[in-house]
Design a protein around this ligand. Structure first.
Ligand SMILES: [Zn+2]
Ligand SMILES: [Zn+2]
Length: 439
């Protein structure tokens, strides 16, 4: 059942329409019906007091791992979408490295059915590029697209064969979807645990050179130029990649890129405590890389911020760092970490919201991430001043593998509207700020 919802007195910020003004927003039957400085609404309506809060298009994550089917002990569609909702995301793209891999229609349909039955937010599956993500034979890309996949990627097991990648791009172009690449040269990264540099030498851990990412970024740019396909580069982590993408964009090549909060917040110094929650792919790089990633965000080289939410069970991460799996959770901390970029003057608030809404929507070619009259009313309400502590108990995700445990962050999600329904964050509701219902 959809509700009639009036979000009152918030700062409505919608980069897609260039709107930034305090006002009211009326939602009826799941769409934005009216926006104005002060709306006089009669009849039954759920009123949300948004004074002092931001009212933005529902955030979109281009890169999550929901782990279902196959790894339900790490995460499920239900728990992962609950984490997304808590983090203010109303649409998330889920990567295909499940078991079985999402390389055919039946897996895509399974995920969409789970999302329909138990999902708290919209789930947009990403299909595999190759069968079983083995990098040997192309998946049935047309079948994946007609089943509902919005992109293709062999995230985690990148396609090393450049000729196969070329053909994948040619198919993706026919179906007008992006190819999302996890840029890693598996030969260069083999056996690596962290970023190759001073810190890895000091710790005696095998490093992954920055070139593992940059050679694949360069290859993908060359193939994007050759094929004319839309190529989206996932989780960009180092300065060399930012330079290559900036130059490619200058030359008009259809390449887009995302980074994740950990790459503009942490450096390889974080690995000094041998904490497995500081282990992910690509690895945390140097201070200089972090600055380059920030510069790439600031000048538009990096289009979007994604989470690469990669849940792993506690027992998997509680081992020597060499043996722990790569990846960290991110859906519930992404917004607050990103807001630090605004505090530090790297991005305007408008640009930050754009990188979490309009830009990811454009990359996957979906008419979401916008709040004009008539648009689907996926909305995120944020209290930008609220402070909170990241602790194990605060996560809705089944897994707790975050390098930000113990951090105090500013900016929390008050609630979301998705599919015409208002869901306050648990804490926001507990604070006695439940919306009043009038009739
Ligand atoms: Zn990846
Ligand atoms: Zn990933």
């Amino acid at each position: 059942m959809t509700e009639r919802i009036l979000i009152q007195g918030g700062r409505i910020l919608d980069p897609a329409h260039g709107r930034d003004a305090v006002g009211d927003l009326l939602i009826e039957e799941g769409v934005v019906r009216e926006i104005g400085p002060k709306l006089a609404i009669k009849g039954a309506v759920t009123r949300i007091d948004a004074a002092g809060k931001l009212v933005v298009p529902g955030l979109i994550d281009l890169h999550s791992h929901l782990r279902e089917p196959g790894f339900e002990y790490k995460e499920t569609v239900a728990s992962g979408t609950a984490a997304a909702a808590a983090g203010g995301f109303t649409s998330i793209c889920c990567m295909p490295n499940t078991n079985p891999v999402n390389d055919n229609q039946s897996v895509t349909e399974f995920i969409l059915e789970r999302a329909k039955a138990e999902g708290k937010v919209h789930v947009l599956p990403v299909g595999a590029i190759t069968k079983g993500s083995k990098g040997e034979e192309l998946a049935e890309i047309g079948e994946l697209v007609s089943a509902g996949c919005v992109a293709i990627s062999d995230d985690g097991r990148p396609v090393m064969n450049s000729e196969l990648m070329r053909r994948a791009m040619e198919y993706a172009k026919i179906f007008d979807i992006p190819v999302i690449d996890h840029c890693e040269d598996l030969n260069l990264s083999a056996g690596g645990v962290m970023f190759e540099g001073e810190v890895s030498t000091a710790l005696g851990l095998k490093g992954i050179p920055a070139a593992s990412e940059t050679v694949m970024v360069a290859r993908d740019i060359a193939l994007a130029e050759l094929t004319g396909a839309r190529v989206h580069l996932a989780h960009i982590s180092c300065g060399g990649s930012v330079h290559l993408i900036r130059e490619a964009k200058r030359r008009g090549i259809a390449v887009t890129a995302e980074t994740c909060p950990h790459y503009f917040t942490l450096t390889d110094d974080r690995v000094r405590g041998f904490d497995a929650n500081a282990k992910m792919k690509p690895p945390l790089a140097t201070r200089r890389d972090l600055e380059e990633v920030r510069a790439g965000l600031a000048d538009g080289t990096i289009d979007a911020i994604a989470t690469d939410h990669a849940p792993h069970a506690a027992q998997e991460k509680e081992c020597e760092i060499d043996h722990a799996p790569f990846g960290i959770i991110g859906l519930e901390t992404a917004f607050a970490l990103s807001l630090m970029l605004v505090e530090e003057g790297v991005l305007s608030l408008q640009d930050l919201i754009r990188k979490l809404t309009e830009s990811p929507a454009r990359i996957i070619g979906k008419k979401i991430g916008r709040l004009g009259v008539g648009d689907t009313a996926d909305v995120t309400v944020i209290d930008p001043a609220a402070e909170w502590s990241v602790d194990v108990g605060s996560f809705k995700s089944k897994s707790k593998n975050s390098p930000f445990l113990g951090w105090k962050l500013k900016g929390r999600i008050a609630g979301i509207v998705v599919a015409g329904k208002w869901t306050p964050s648990a804490e926001a509701a507990g604070a006695g700020k439940e919306p009043g219902k009038t009739s």
